[in-house]
Design a protein around this ligand. Sequence first.
Ligand code: AVI
Length: 311
Amino acid sequence: MITEKTLFAQHVEKGLSSTQKFLSSMYFYDKKGEALFREIMNLEEYYLTDCEMEILRVQGNEIAKAIGDEPLDIIELGAGDGIKTKELLKHFDFENVTYSPIDISEQAIIDITAKMKEWLPQLNTKGICGDYFKMIGDFKSDRKKVILFLGSNLGNMTDDQARGFLGQLHQVMNTGDSILLGLDLIKSEDIVLPAYSDSKGVTAQFNLNLLERINRELGGDFDTSQFEHLATYNEKEGIAKSFIRSKTDQTVIIKETEGSYSFKKGELIHTEVSRKYDLDIIRKIIDGTSLQLKYQFTDHRQYFTNLIFTK
Ligand code: AVI
């Protein structure tokens, strides 16, 4: 049987043996990474969370109306702490809806289920612990559903991956079902770059934790003080990228992959894309599915958007 550890080791071997080194942001989220991401979401510079919170707080009622609340399953992918989602959920008729947050972190599911009980005691919450990428087939049902994918999580995929992912969701939807997508909008570098290169260095720790995780789980010997975080943003294409840069010529050994990996001074490991969108980009992504963009909501600064697509 192929274990998670083997998959991680195979990915690291492939990524660090490439001419242009890479590691997937998917591996950011171990326990330490999750805690650091929670810290990022509270940073002044990381505007995304506040903007989406504003949309759901101020326009939650309208969004809930647009989704409609006859018997409805609300499925949230990558639910996190549920603070934003509560602002939307409170506008539904609790008699008619079930809320299923899905998260890979068991603790996140335990916490969100307990908090929802406290905040919205009438809401029927059924938390599910698992990797939503692998569970999409299970969403098929006869009940009307809305799939929530908030926080610009789609932005961590390439456009091709996003197209494939939304195509998969589309396949398990019935006519009348919808997706509520939260997306960060293209804006200038002076706003985006600090969100990925914050003054307290939390994003740097978050990025470098990937090397620490390789040390912890795969027996690597990365000296993380010899690497640094680098964020870039190209406003024209609307893509922020994160890299880890080697500060010196060095070689790292990883027991689990039985490999040694050389880094030149200044050499980069690409670790993340954080795509920013406009409506043209999103239309190109959903082209070829029968998803239709029905409603658009934005915050007062027009930094972020929540879109409703129906099938
Ligand atoms: C989870 N995701 C949408 C975040 C983002 O903005 O790309 C992850 C993140 N990376 C650095 N800061 C936050």
